[in-house]
Design a protein around this ligand. Structure first.
Ligand SMILES: Nc1nc2c(c(=O)[nH]1)N[C@H]1C(S)=C(S)[C@@H](COP(=O)(O)OP(=O)(O)OC[C@H]3O[C@@H](n4cnc5c(=O)[nH]c(N)nc54)[C@H](O)[C@@H]3O)O[C@H]1N2
Ligand SMILES: Nc1nc2c(c(=O)[nH]1)N[C@H]1C(S)=C(S)[C@@H](COP(=O)(O)OP(=O)(O)OC[C@H]3O[C@@H](n4cnc5c(=O)[nH]c(N)nc54)[C@H](O)[C@@H]3O)O[C@H]1N2
Ligand code: SF4
Ligand SMILES: [Mo]
Length: 886
């Protein structure tokens, strides 16, 4: 841990699972670099990974346990949780308590949480946010393969001739893997097809973009299946030897056929034909998919519709081909391995099998084992609301924002007799906690995670834990011990837990189950410390440096007859009520991670989008009377949210898109989860987070405001606000439905006041135009701009004043006028977060002759680090070229 020594660890964000070198510096900061030896990223990092060092401050960390909102000793908090859980179980049975975990826990944390609930409490009410993320992929894999197996590897994306990205905004969500794909395209001319109802940056990088109607993926792939059959592309040797169930599945495909696919997807016929031809002619094809597939009420069918086409052509498990589920969270895969979902057991054993239950029970030496699946996330929170579940322990996830019908979730938590939350910081969920456990964060804890290609990597601590925080595995074991299970939870290190997990994976396995890492069952502490990234399986006797692994090229599925299954997937379209006629689609943006508890701490990552927004097609905006950059209210039968309108043709008519990220911590009414419907896929239990019926209406603003502030305001008096960290302070967007009487007074409340401060202000007759800047000595303390329409002040330029040591004379007046002078360039909205390069700077570089993304990079460095803004830079170059042409 000495300063200057890099620690090899793994990025805590997405499922790409990049290796990171973290080096603590003398001044207390941490230098972050990509690990060139890690096979996921070979040294690259994206904007979020690169900014990890800026998220490690302790300022808003939870440092001590709390009971009912007051600081408590560990013993008191642990005793209370153990006692309340035990009492609730005695009084109401084991199914009256629950754990809600996360794909962001480490495998070792996850393993002990699952062991406690299924093996010692004896019920299966442990579910996780992976239910919102990977459940449909898991269910689709189980139906087709008999196991939750991702057959391929990242190299397949580089060795394919065609990569189809279905419901994946890979440029922003799996950026480093996407850069690997683009590099492969440079080398071998890979064709990329993107299937997404929304024209994303990924769609713009594609060779063919299919803007399908929302949720029509099943029909798209049924049409493909039918096409493959018609042109005789069945690999009959593979199908005959290794699969079952073709007849019925093919029946469904024939029933749909080309006309069915055409009708459902609403694509032009020639585009559909082009896609089918491309797919059929490319033996090396990878169909990679993410939440546009999983987060649907027909998500499992989408997965199987894709897998069917690969089984039919035998294009699976060989280099450069296969279906590929892109995992979201850093350890969603590890969570599945330990059996963290309510319908799984452990190490890919089946909770419904008495033999498997008996294996696990005797291995654990547990008093009784869960005999049936527990409640899945959406049902679990409903059961809390209805009073069936009376004690819940939430770890490493923020359901008050991220579950659908999020207001009902908060109601349920409010009504629940006993809520425990383990987190690193305060969130919308922690405000409901009776007991709050301060968890060690990324930099302070050790263990393992598994990425999208089944690669297990070490996470290693490199900072001393602050305050009294403890790693999650330790907290769980401490509670388990106090519940009377001390012996079974007597672990001294994560290595000990990992060994047990590895040993369990080998029990009665002998190749009958995919997940087997029993070669690691005897790892010493030092071997665990030094463990290099490896892919499973690693069976007993396997070499520690065994080559890349793939599954199913020669069949050997994990069904009872070892045959893969075709699954019939009939077309089912979701009805939309006329009262809520627009489809609300939700998802991610490049620089934020989920509910922003870490990424919102860095100004760099807040500069790409500083507030939430709703992408609306121009015609829908006009129909609803919503002007660009105005505020829009999104209303569903469940709840509502208010965000900025982003009117754009990238959005197809009839749908709107809102990022999932913003919470009550950053904005007034921006929790989009409140408007999202809780309907789920009946097979996987995964909610259809990409499709909710809504209507949109203008937010009736009497005034709009924008302010830059040195200090975070204590209270914000506005019907709408969105606060973001900026270099040197904060920036805030404001709006109100009623005019403010005294703007100077209002500004003082926001910025601060005092005799030693100097204030300049300007106001108009109309009561809705006002500007004010307050200076403390030579430096800016804050500035407020108010207007009857959305405030037209360059945000980047205004924010820069917070860092200026000295602002005097005309510069002060210019700031008040809200316009940069001729000698001061306005960088424009930030495009490249790594080097803070704005759109205007890029436009100027293009004006000065830069014609390609690389040339822009040469003059500004933009796009030369993580590369995830390169598509946006391309878009700006094209726009400038178009402007020149007309
Ligand atoms: N920057 C960033 N990266 C992340 C995360 C993050 O929070 N921020 N989170 C990580 C996690 S946990 C996950 S799960 C992944 C998610 O990664 P992705 O799945 O790539 O991201 P999303 O934005 O959720 O959704 C992907 C796309 O699905 C599209 N879509 C919506 N409906 C449909 C449909 O019916 N059919 C099709 N084909 N597409 C549809 C949406 O328009 C959207 O562009 O990202 C991971 N990476
Ligand atoms: N509308 C809509 N909703 C969605 C989605 C969507 O696309 N649309 N996507 C869904 C998906 S795919 C996902 S994965 C979820 C993600 O949703 P969440 O899991 O709710 O989101 P996070 O913000 O990642 O929450 C992680 C929490 O763990 C805390 N934390 C970080 N490290 C640690 C640690 O080591 N220990 C502990 N105990 N806590 C820690 C963080 O501070 C944070 O509060 O959201 C889902 N919800
Ligand atoms: S792509 Fe980015 S977020 Fe994902 S693991 Fe790599 S550095 Fe982290
Ligand atoms: Mo996810």
């Amino acid at each position: 841990m000495a300063s200057g020594t890099p620690t090899r660890t793994t990025c805590p964000y997405c499922g790409v699972g990049c290796g990171v070198l973290a080096t603590p510096q003398e001044d207390g900061s941490v230098a972050i670099k990509g690990d060139e030896q890690h096979p996921a990223n070979y040294g690259r990092l994206c904007s979020k990974g690169s900014a990890l060092g800026e998220t490690l401050s302790f300022d808003d960390r939870l440092l001590y346990p709390e009971v009912d909102g007051r600081r408590a000793a560990w013993d008191e908090a642990l005793d209370l949780v153990a006692r309340r859980f035990s009492e609730t179980i005695v009084e109401h049975g084991p199914e009256s308590v629950a754990i809600y975990g996360s794909g962001q826990l480490l495998t070792e944390d996850y393993y002990v949480a699952n062991k406690l609930m299924k093996g010692f409490i004896g019920a299966a009410n442990i579910d996780t946010n992976s239910r919102l993320c990977m459940a449909s992929s898991v269910a689709g894999h189980m139906r087709a393969f008999g196991s939750d197996t991702v057959p391929g590897t990242y190299e397949d994306l580089e060795e394919a001739d065609l990569v189809v990205l279905v419901g994946s905004n890979m440029t922003w969500c799996h950026p480093v893997l996407f850069q690997r794909l683009l590099a492969a395209r440079e080398r071998r001319g890979t064709r990329i097809v993107v299937v997404d109802p929304r024209r994303t940056v990924t769609a713009e990088a594609a060779d063919l973009y299919l803007a399908i109607a929302p949720n029509s993926d099943v029909a798209l792939f049924l049409g493909l299946f039918d096409h493959l059959d018609r042109i005789g592309l069945c690999d009959s040797a593979y199908v005959g030897r290794h699969t079952a169930g073709l007849g019925e599945a093919l029946g469904a495909a024939r029933e749909c056929g080309f006309p069915g696919a055409l009708g459902a997807t609403r694509l032009p016929a020639e585009q559909l034909r082009e896609f089918y031809t491309l797919w059929s002619r490319s033996e090396r094809v990878v169909t990679a998919y993410s939440q546009g597939v999983n987060q649907s009420v027909v998500g499992t069918d989408k997965v199987n519709a894709i897998i069917n086409c690969h089984l039919f052509t035998g294009r699976i498990g060989r280099p450069g081909m296969g279906p590929f589920s892109l995992t979201g969270q850093p350890n969603a895969m590890g969570g599945r391995e330990v059996g963290g979902l309510a319908n799984m057991l452990a190490v890919h054993l089946d909770i419904n099998s008495p033999r498997h239950r008996e294996l696990v029970q005797s291995f654990w030496g547990s008093p009784g084992i869960a005999e049936r699946p527990g409640l899945k996330a959406v049902d679990l929170f409903r059961a809390i609301g209805e009073g069936q579940v009376k004690a819940i322990w939430i770890m490493g996830t923020n359901p008050a924002d991220s579950l659908p019908d999020a207001d009902a979730v908060q109601e349920a938590l409010r009504a629940c007799p006993f809520v425990v939350v383990s987190d690193v910081t305060r969130t919308d969920t922690t405000r409901h906690a009776h007991v709050l456990f301060p968890a060690a964060g990324w930099a302070e804890k050790s263990g393992t995670v598994t990425n999208s290609e089944r690669r297990i990597s070490r996470q290693r601590s490199f900072l001393k834990a602050p305050g009294e925080v403890r790693p999650d595995w330790r907290i769980i074991c401490d509670v388990a011990a106090r519940m009377g299970f001390a012996e079974a939870f007597d672990y001294r290190s994560p290595a000990e837990i990992f060994r047990e997990h590895a040993a369990l994976s080998g029990i009665a396995n002998a190749g009958t189950r995919d997940f087997d890492i029993s070669a690691c069952a005897e790892l010493s502490e030092s071997a665990y410390d030094a463990l290099a990234p490896f892919q499973w399986p690693r069976r007993q006797g396997d070499m520690l440096d065994s080559a890349t692994t793939r599954f199913f090229a020669e069949g050997s599925f994990y069904t009872p007859d070892r045959r893969g299954r075709f699954v019939p997937t009939p077309v089912a379209l979701q009805a939309i009520s006329p009262e809520f006629p627009l489809i609300l689609n939700t998802g991610r943006i490049r620089d934020q991670w989920h509910t922003m508890t870490r990424t919102a701490k860095t100004p760099r990552l807040m500069s790409h989008y500083a507030e939430s927004f709703c992408e609306i097609h121009p015609e829908d905006a006009e129909d609803a009377g919503i002007a660009p950059a105005a505020l829009v209210r999104i209303v569903s039968p469940r709840g509502a949210a208010v965000v900025r309108a982003l009117v754009t043709e990238r959005q197809q008519k009839g749908s709107v898109f809102v990022p999932m990220h913003w919470t009550d911590q950053q904005t007034a009414q921006g929790r989009i989860g409140a408007a999202v419907h809780p309907s789920v896929d009946p097979i996987s239990g995964q909610p259809g987070l990409k499709l909710s019926g809504v209507r949109i209406e203008p937010f009736d603003a009497a005034w709009y405001g924008f302010a830059v502030l040195r200090n975070r305001p204590e209270a914000i008096a506005a019907d709408y606000w969105a606060l973001a960290k900026a270099e040197g302070g904060w920036r805030i967007e404001l709006a109100g439905t009623e005019l403010v009487e005294d703007w100077a007074d209002y500004a003082a409340g926001l910025i601060g006041s005092g005799e030693d401060l100097e204030t300049l202000s300007y106001s108009d007759q109309d009561q809705a135009s006002f500007r004010l800047a307050t200076f403390s000595g030579d430096a800016l303390l804050g500035a407020l701009f108010v207007a009857p329409q959305p405030v037209a002040v360059s945000r980047t330029w205004a924010v820069e004043h917070l860092c200026a040591a000295e602002i005097r004379g005309t510069e002060r007046l210019r700031l008040l006028s809200g316009r940069p002078g001729a000698d001061q360039a306005d960088p424009g909205p930030i495009v490249c977060a790594c080097f803070s390069v704005g759109a205007n700077q890029i436009a100027a570089a293009v004006e000065n002759g830069a014609e390609t993304v690389d040339e822009v990079g040469q003059s500004l460095r933009a796009g030369t680090n993580c590369g995830s803004c390169r598509v946006e830079i391309r878009r700006l170059i094209d726009a400038a070229a178009l402007k020149k042409a007309v």
